[in-house]
Design a protein around this ligand. Structure first.
Ligand SMILES: C[S@@+](CC[C@H](N)C(=O)[O-])C[C@H]1O[C@@H](n2cnc3c(N)ncnc32)[C@H](O)[C@@H]1O
Ligand SMILES: Nc1nc2[nH]cc(C(=O)O)c2c(=O)[nH]1
Ligand code: SF4
Ligand SMILES: [Mg+2]
Length: 218
């Protein structure tokens, strides 16, 4: 059984695939936070900007088989030319994404992207793997397509993650989870300045912004 909080068609807002149309499949549950506000401060990851609790979001639900979930995702892709792309996120997608689901998504024509915190092994067959490390959670994935570090995390200096092999190394300014999406806030502005300065001083790192929030889309 796969538990999905929500699924929606939008543009990838972050990283090297930013601007590409994709169906986002947001899996329920995370291994670094239970998603309850009262437990945020004591969680391993405490800056999360996302509600991943339950299956009650748009196009959310429980799916009995890989084929059922793949068909549900396919129904959200438009009838138009262009390589179908799905981004599996969450919550932590690697708690649920397995090889049968990747195979079922490939069978209906999707390239499969994944957004993960990197603490769990990745199944075979993922086409684009983005690892976003969290300060207090050891990364077990050694190779990925992009490493996207939310910055600044005082206990996670970017240098620490250069041992994870990646085609691209990104810094993404930390947004304050307390402020609603689509509204700039002072904390975000100062984090964006800090990330900019780090990239200027360390050119192997690139800046990525959460474009969907700037645009006011999902
Ligand atoms: C909600 S997470 C879900 C996937 C996975 N659990 C992870 O952490 O990568 C999706 C992306 O949002 C990023 N993110 C979460 N909270 C954020 C925040 N407050 N500001 C900027 N990026 C954030 C994560 O680091 C990750 O790259
Ligand atoms: N448009 C859009 N792009 C995204 N890239 C990563 C996201 C995520 O929450 O994993 C995300 C998201 O939630 N929306
Ligand atoms: S950012 Fe990712 S790892 Fe952190 S609580 Fe949110 S879903 Fe979990
Ligand atoms: Mg998001």
């Amino acid at each position: 059984m796969y538990r999905v909080k929500e699924a929606f068609y939008t543009l990838q807002g972050e990283g090297a695939q930013a601007g590409r149309a994709a169906v986002f499949c947001r899996f329920s549950k995370c291994n670094l936070w239970n998603g309850r506000e009262k437990d945020r401060a004591s969680a391993v990851c405490n800056f999360c900007d996302t509600d991943f609790v339950g299956t009650d979001g748009q196009n959310g639900g429980c799916f009995d088989s890989p084929q059922a979930l793949a068909a549900h995702i396919l129904a959200l892709w438009p009838d138009a030319p262009g390589a179908p792309y799905v981004v599996c996120t969450g919550g932590e997608p690697l708690l649920q994404l397995d090889e049968p689901l990747i195979q079922a998504l490939h069978e209906v024509g999707f390239e499969v992207g994944v957004e993960t915190n990197g603490t769990l092994p990745a199944p075979e067959g993922i086409d684009w793997l983005c690892v976003s490390p969290k300060a207090d959670a050891p990364v077990v994935i050694t190779d990925c397509d992009e490493l996207k570090l939310v910055y600044p995390q005082p206990l996670a200096p970017p240098e620490r993650f250069l041992s994870v092999r990646a085609k691209h190394y990104f810094l993404s300014p930390m947004a304050s989870p307390a402020v609603p999406d689509h509204e700039p806030d002072a904390i975000k502005q100062s984090n964006t300045r800090k990330a900019t300065d780090y990239c200027l001083a360390h050119p192997q790192w690139r800046l990525t912004l959460q474009m969907h929030k700037i645009l006011g889309i999902d």
